[in-house]
Design a protein around this ligand. Structure first.
Ligand code: B12
Ligand code: SF4
Ligand code: SF4
Length: 213
């Protein structure tokens, strides 16, 4: 379903320049869902865009994925690169991913409409505090059964172990800490070629940085 468009037409909010729906009451930290019914309902008036001259989300995007207002190049979006993309992350985009290992919220975080945001009660019930700032080296050491145990019942399973470890390697390469080299060396021999390739890239990044300094 065209969730954002339907939401805008049904008066729930407007589509911002970052291409997500913004509610005047709740800001943009909202997920969309639908109930399909035969009930006759009185429609609300559609919302209109209220970004004005603001361009904060466009400036904030680390990979310049928001090409123009309301235009997202999904191939550059960190959310796509770290969650949806199954294969290798394009090398030129890896540095801009920074230490993000599962999605990105920068364009949403800078939106001034978040002054109306409220903490979600359902999200709070499902929050797992130990996943807020996970240890990257611990994640890199997860084998298949440990990965499934750690992320059971969470959307993190979506990337599978190989996708998450790929992202962890990119993050470690970007952080540039030499103490990660032994773990990355081990990951460079991982049976999963995707993990091994990204681990080798991370090692190169860290080594070239230490040679340069
Ligand atoms: C594909 C997808 C992505 C892709 C592409 C995103 C994009 N912006 O196009 C990627 C992987 C990059 C992505 C990333 C994210 N996503 Co996403 N994604 C989707 C998904 C599954 C499908 C969207 C889609 O392509 N639909 C098909 C196309 C044809 O439809 P469309 O883009 O809506 O365009 C139609 C209309 O909306 C309209 N239209 C389009 N643009 C505009 C602009 C104006 C001004 C108007 C009037 C009309 C209009 O015309 C089009 C043709 O009819 C939706 C869920 C869904 N079913 O809609 C979630 C969804 C959009 N994602 C969501 C979220 C939360 C995210 C992330 C924040 C996740 C994260 N933290 O990492 C990021 C945000 C990135 C960003 N800046 O958009 C939420 C957004 C909630 C909200 N408040 O709007 C959704 C709605 C999921 C949900 N159920 O809550 N996502
Ligand atoms: S989610 Fe991150 S990478 Fe994607 S458009 Fe927003 S700021 Fe850019
Ligand atoms: S940050 Fe500014 S331009 Fe971007 S969606 Fe929010 S109000 Fe619109």
């Amino acid at each position: 379903m065209l969730e954002r468009d339907f939401a805008q037409r049904s008066g729930l909010g407007f589509i911002g320049k970052h291409t997500n729906l913004i509610s005047r009451q709740l800001g943009n930290w909202i997920f969309l869902g639908e109930i399909i019914t035969t009930l006759e309902l009185e429609p609300d008036a559609p919302e209109k865009n209220r970004c004005g001259t603001c361009t904060r989300c466009i400036t904030a995007c680390p990979t310049a994925a928001i090409k123009a207002p309301f235009q997202l190049d999904a191939r550059r979006c960190i959310s796509y690169l770290t969650i949806e993309l199954k294969g290798s992350i394009p090398v030129d985009l890896r540095p801009a991913i920074g230490n993000r290992i599962y999605g990105c919220d920068d364009c949403l975080a800078v939106c001034p409409w978040n002054r109306f945001a409220r903490e979600g009660s359902v999200m709070k019930q499902h929050a797992q505090p130990d996943l807020a700032t996970p240890d990257l080296l611990e994640l890199l050491a997860l084998d298949e059964p440990a990965f499934k145990r750690r992320f059971a019942g969470t959307p993190m399973l979506r990337t599978k172990r190989r996708g998450l470890l790929r992202n962890v390697c990119v993050a470690l390469g970007n952080v540039g800490d030499q103490s990660a080299l032994p773990a990355l060396g081990k990951a460079a021999g991982d049976a999963e070629p995707l993990v091994a390739e990204h681990a080798r890239w991370a090692i190169q990044q860290i080594q070239s940085r230490s040679e340069g300094s």
